[in-house]
Write a new protein. Structure first.
Length: 365
């Protein structure tokens, strides 16, 4: 049995999405059917639309979603019908060495990057042709089917728009600070790029007690948002950035986060750090791009470079924690949402993102 769902579909070479109907299968063993409440519009979707990352197509885009469990497949134990869930854009296999070592975020058994369910199928089709859910989520659709390990129950008091962002930008940004960098209170930090991910890093830095917290962006509106979320200083990105960061921190920051995915910005991180400081690479550059650092400077200064993917999130552990922090008023996720839109407005949201506008657009279903 299958049924139709309105969805935003990407056909390989197009920069825009088609709002159209796809067929969704009933959930098979171990999978769950989710009715989406909200889906964020994330920079990673834009990378795919702009041809920076190879992906199978056609694809239902969206990987930052939350909704309600509508049906469960055979053997599902983690959730029941009616649960509110946050979707994870990788599903841990729970069997590989990394999963068994508690490092599910580098799971080697997952097929989420292939946009496939564990059995190698996709739950979506159109006119009899296979359609891929982006990162095995495909949240820009009224309905989707994901493995139960990618649907994490959270308290139903958390509104769906907020819950959707917990699944990518918040997990990525807060996780980069808390799980990867493990920033200690009183550490100084600079964040380059104040989009959805950069602003989430700033929220995480405030939560961790960092000071000062410096936001760097080209766009003044983004810097205002950064200030509301916890940045103590803002800098318009330009030739003078290094000097200003040195001035504010008294010689360089303890931590420098990149949250754009731009080669030049990543390569500038060492110049913003104090000796022995830590550069954290959160933004994702186009596939195949090399980043250059001065090897001698790196070694002599005792600098650390950390790659940070999805904030090293363990969904079942971290999503409920982030939800509780939100409910306790310690993560002002509402302030990250600049626009609530319909599915039909998704192409405009990507256009605004390309212009560097909007903190986070969220599609409401
Ligand atoms: N200097 C400073 N800021 C810049 C520059 C620059 N040269 N170029 C762009 N920016 C800013 C934009 O103004 C915007 O505020 O970077 C921000 C990027 O934000 P978004 O486009 O909203 O992207 P986001 O969803 O935050 O994702 C950022 O993280 O997870 C990854 O794949 C994701 O690589 C992407 C990155
Ligand atoms: Zn994302």
């Amino acid at each position: 049995m299958s049924f139709t769902s309105r969805a935003a579909v990407h056909y390989g070479h197009e920069r825009t999405l088609d709002i159209t109907e796809v067929q969704v299968e009933e959930p098979g063993p171990g999978n769950v059917l989710v009715r989406l409440g909200a889906s964020g519009v994330c920079g990673s979707d834009r990378h795919v639309l702009d041809g920076e990352w190879p992906m199978p197509s056609p694809t239902v885009m969206g990987h930052e979603g939350a909704g309600t469990v509508e049906a469960i497949g055979e053997g599902v134990q983690d959730v029941v019908v009616g649960d509110h869930v946050v979707l994870s854009w990788f599903y841990p296999c729970r069997r590989c060495t990394n999963c068994l070592s508690g490092r599910a975020y580098v799971c080697t058994g997952s097929r989420s990057e292939e946009c496939l369910l564990p059995d190698g199928n996709t739950p979506l089709s159109r006119d009899g042709t296979r359609v891929y859910p982006y990162l095995a989520v495909g949240s820009m659709s009224e309905y989707t089917v994901v493995p139960e390990t990618a649907a994490v129950k959270i308290p139903s008091e958390v509104p769906f728009d907020v819950a959707s962002l917990l699944g990518c930008s918040i997990a990525t940004g807060v996780g980069a600070v808390v799980n990867d960098a493990m920033v200690a209170p009183g550490s100084s930090a600079v964040v380059i790029g104040a989009g959805g991910v950069g602003l989430s890093i700033i929220m995480g830095l405030k939560l961790a007690g960092a000071h000062p917290i410096i936001a760097v962006d080209l766009n003044e509106q983004k810097l205002n948002a950064a200030q509301r979320l916890g940045a103590t200083h803002t800098v318009i990105s330009g030739d003078d950035t290094q000097h200003q960061v040195a001035e504010i921190t008294g010689g360089g920051a303890d931590y420098a986060f990149e949250a754009i995915g731009r080669k030049e910005a990543i390569e500038s991180l060492p110049s913003l750090l104090v000796r022995g400081g830590t550069a954290v690479l959160v933004g994702l550059p186009p596939a195949g791009q090399s980043i250059n650092f001065d090897g001698l400077e790196l070694a002599e200064s005792g600098m650390r470079i950390l790659g940070s993917n999805y904030g090293s999130t363990v969904p079942g552990r971290d999503f409920p924690r982030l939800a509780e922090l939100y409910l306790a008023g310690k993560l002002p996720v509402d302030d990250l949402i600049s626009d609530r839109i319909s599915l039909d407005e998704v192409n405009e949201a990507f256009e605004a993102m390309r212009r560097g506008e909007r903190a986070r657009s969220v599609i409401m279903f």
